[in-house]
Design a binder for this molecule. Structure first.
Ligand code: G3H
Ligand code: 13P
Ligand code: ZN
Length: 307
């Protein structure tokens, strides 16, 4: 079917008390893994492309590929720009068939973030594209920070109310203690559920959780068994994701878990089948590994059968 917007699928998820997975793609096998699994599970799905993925694969190429696979699929699919910071890339996506864009002004002071987001909302809405914005900052791996500093970068509930009202964004990414990548926590995983609860009470637009990969031990050990090295890798446990959804998260962003499972699948295949040199078979092993992870995610998010 034709693409739908993030606003469409997230409002539906908000009503139904589940979340939709946003999976990052940058090539054919990733896109196939995402859409094929969503079809098998009858789940809506968000196909996310970062600016660097667009640079890697090409804007027109990614757009045509995702839209063609989505058109043939029997479930709602969105094509979403992840972490848009560059004005011309965002405009390019609006012209090239993306159905949803994220304007990430989170590195700017509040007033600038508001102005930037407002501008993108104006142009995106004019062409029927929904807009995700971000308030608060995700943690960085380097963030060995004090409690006060940690509190300061998390999303402030009252600022969120003002931000949504003034910008008109359709969905809001909030910072509650997650970070991108495979090294999210040094000690116990800790999310600011109290913040999330307060924000969800005060703000009516659907909420988004970035940096939500679970970096499961099994996947890490699977990769390491075949030569990968991920010392100290840690992610957000499934139970934390479920709790976040019960408190109002309707979009859960996953990239790292796909990368880890792809790597493990390809490493195992190469080691076990040294005679193979067909890229389709090698990448195919990675694709199958990713499909398993996507299927498990859909179970955790509760979106199976909602497409
Ligand atoms: O949020 C970041 C995503 O994991 C995309 O990462 O810029 O390496 O494509 P990337
Ligand atoms: P992970 O690195 O936890 O997969 O997060 C991905 C993300 O937030 C993409 O925007
Ligand atoms: Zn992100």
């Amino acid at each position: 079917m034709p693409l739908v917007t993030n606003k469409d699928v997230q409002l539906e998820a908000q009503r139904g008390g589940y979340a939709v997975g946003a999976f990052n793609t940058s090539n054919l096998e990733l896109t196939q893994a995402i859409i094929e699994t969503a079809v098998e599970k009858k789940s809506p799905v968000i196909v996310a492309t970062s600016q660097s993925a667009i640079k890697y694969a090409g804007m027109e190429e990614l757009s045509l590929m995702v839209r063609k696979l989505a058109e043939k699929a029997s479930i709602p699919v969105t094509l979403h720009l992840d972490h848009g910071t560059d004005y011309s890339t965002i405009i390019g996506c609006l012209r090239s068939g993306w159905s949803s864009v994220m304007i990430d002004g989170s590195s700017h002071p509040l007033e600038e973030n508001i102005a930037l987001t407002k501008e993108i909302v104006k142009v995106a809405h004019a062409v029927g594209v929904s807009v995700e914005a971000e308030l608060g900052r995700l943690m960085g791996v380097e963030d060995e920070i004090s409690v006060d500093a940690r509190e300061a970068i998390l999303t402030d509930p009252d600022e969120a109310v003002r931000f949504v009202e003034e910008t008109g964004c359709d969905t809001l990414a909030i910072a509650i203690g997650t970070s991108h990548g495979a090294y999210k926590f040094k000690g116990e995983p800790r999310l600011a559920f109290d913040r999330l609860e307060e924000i969800a009470k005060k703000v009516s637009v659907p909420l988004v959780l970035h940096g939500a990969s679970s970096v499961k031990k099994e996947i890490v050990q699977w990769g390491e068994k075949y030569g990968a090295k991920f010392p100290g890798a840690a992610g957000v446990p499934d139970e934390h994701i479920k709790k976040a959804i019960s408190l109002g998260i309707t979009k859960v962003n996953i990239d790292t878990d796909l990368r880890l499972s792809f790597t493990a699948g390809v490493r195992e295949f190469l080691q076990k089948r040294p005679e193979v040199f067909d890229p389709r078979k090698i990448l195919g092993a990675g694709k199958e590994a990713m499909k398993k992870v996507i299927s498990q995610k859909i179970d955790i998010l509760g979106s199976e059968g909602k497409g």
